[in-house]
Design a protein. Structure first.
Length: 456
């Protein structure tokens, strides 16, 4: 196998895994009313098909990152592809909501293995000079998944083929399995022999479940006290998890490695605020176009594409221009561009032409495309080759938690101000902008220690 073929196969596996796992996060959302009617169940029970996928993805992503360092990234991605494909096949055969929920959990566990290994496959197996470009392609896949999901789901529902919402994954899974198998026969991976951190995984399970449960209840004012209590409990469990892990010889997360470079926490902070703001960018524009600017669904579907188009184009550009040597600068300026887009979205008058809103969304996507590949690369450079699985899975978990928190807080603000959508939308944009500004200030402070021109 030539080096070029090896690199292509790895990009296919990593990119396919990320695309499929993010695609299926949202592909089912448009089908929830259909499933409620099809299976004759309540809306809350139907929503568990989404919750089951999201929770299993969040819970298992760190353990799979850990196991990928121990047994090999290709083995874990092969397992992830198989389990995700099996879950997709079974979801399409479901004849009850309970079967669908169970099969979505299986699918989510497979997705967690795919997301945990995607970045690590690239940073450990691809030739170093091609890594920035490969991470740019990975950024494209991350941007495409959430956008294509609802569109594909809506298409299959409209022609009466709901089972293909899940079965569409099968050909891509088969392609990934073939590439993965061929690579495993020809590549010997570096592996780390260590015991599995069972108690760390259990603590991780507890704080993630508490946090996601709190977020899911946050938008309902009747459950506000319980939601806040669960979020506080998750913070306490997170602190316990940290002190437990830092004393472990083979921890689920190597906090000792992170503590040796204080900028590592800055990089994860940047990941969080980007995930939070991205949740707002996917949540709010439909309200802006449909409820405030009175556009139809078809036109809204076109106008919201501004952000993902910008992200897809500039993820590729970022990968080509960065060369792996300017991760800090690209991360900073990507976030700076995002801040200008958010400022424009706050200041905009909704009597102006609708294309202006879409243009600001495009600018947001430009910033996201510049930021995301560089941020992933910066995080992966924090640790050694023996820790790439854990670092990659932690990056994805932080971003997934940020998306969940942004969605929860955005929905809560909208519910608190149901009669003034314009104000609630702008408050949400302002919250996102505030977080971005804070992390930009910290970025400037931290990077002053790195040399005279770290951000240029």
């Amino acid at each position: 196998m030539t080096t070029e073929t090896k690199n292509i196969f790895i990009i296919i596996i990593a990119g396919m895994g990320m695309l499929l796992s993010t695609l299926d996060t949202g592909i089912i959302n448009v089908a929830l009313p259909f499933f409620q009617k099809e299976f004759n169940v309540s809306a809350s029970l139907t929503a568990l098909s989404v919750v089951g996928y999201t929770v299993s993805l969040a819970i298992f992503i760190l353990p799979f990152g850990y196991l990928s360092d121990k047994f090999g990234k290709l083995k874990m991605s092969l397992f992830g592809l198989f389990l995700f494909g099996l879950g997709s096949l079974l979801c399409g055969t479901a004849n009850s909501i309970f079967g669908l929920i169970l099969f979505r959990i299986i699918q989510g566990i497979g997705a967690s293995a795919l997301q945990a290994t995607s970045a690590a496959l690239i940073t450990t197996l691809i030739d170093r000079k091609f890594i920035p470009n490969a991470l740019g392609i990975l950024g494209i896949m991350i941007g495409l998944g959430p956008v294509l999901g609802p569109s594909i789901g809506g298409l299959f529902l409209s022609i009466g083929l709901w089972r293909f919402i899940f079965w569409i994954n099968i050909p891509f899974v088969i392609l990934g399995l073939i590439c993965n198998y061929l690579l495993m026969r020809r590549i010997s991976e570096r592996k780390v022999h260590k015991d599995f951190d069972i108690w760390g995984s259990f603590l991780n399970f507890l704080w993630v479940i508490s946090l996601l449960a709190g977020f899911s209840l946050l938008s309902n004012s009747k459950n506000l006290d319980l939601a806040v209590a669960l979020i506080i409990l998750s913070m306490i469990l997170m602190v316990i998890f940290y002190f437990f892990e830092i004393r472990k010889k083979s921890p689920l997360i190597s906090f000792i490695t992170l503590n040796t470079d204080s900028k590592s926490y800055l990089f994860f902070g940047q990941t969080f605020v980007f995930g939070f703001a991205s949740a707002m960018v996917f949540l709010l524009p439909p309200f802006v176009f449909e409820k405030i600017m009175n556009l139809n669904v078809a036109m809204t579907g076109l106008l919201v594409l501004g952000a993902p188009i910008g992200l897809v184009i500039f993820s590729k550009v970022s990968g080509k221009l960065n060369h792996g040597s300017r991760n800090v600068a690209f991360s900073f300026w990507g976030l700076f561009i995002i801040s200008t887009a958010l400022l424009g979205l706050i200041a905009i008058n909704y009597q102006w032409p609708v294309l202006i809103v879409s243009c600001f969304l495009f600018v947001y996507g430009v910033g996201g495309g510049i930021f995301q590949p560089a941020n992933i690369a910066a995080i992966m450079n924090v640790g050694s080759q023996n820790e790439q699985g854990r670092l990659g899975s932690l990056q994805r978990m932080v971003q997934n938690i940020a998306i969940a928190s942004g969605t929860a807080i955005g929905s809560t603000v909208m519910n608190l101000l149901p009669n003034n959508i314009t104000i609630s939308v702008k408050i949400n944009w302002a919250i996102s902008l505030s977080l971005i500004i804070v992390i930009l200030v910290f970025s400037v402070i931290f990077n002053k220690k790195s040399g005279p021109h770290p951000l240029l």
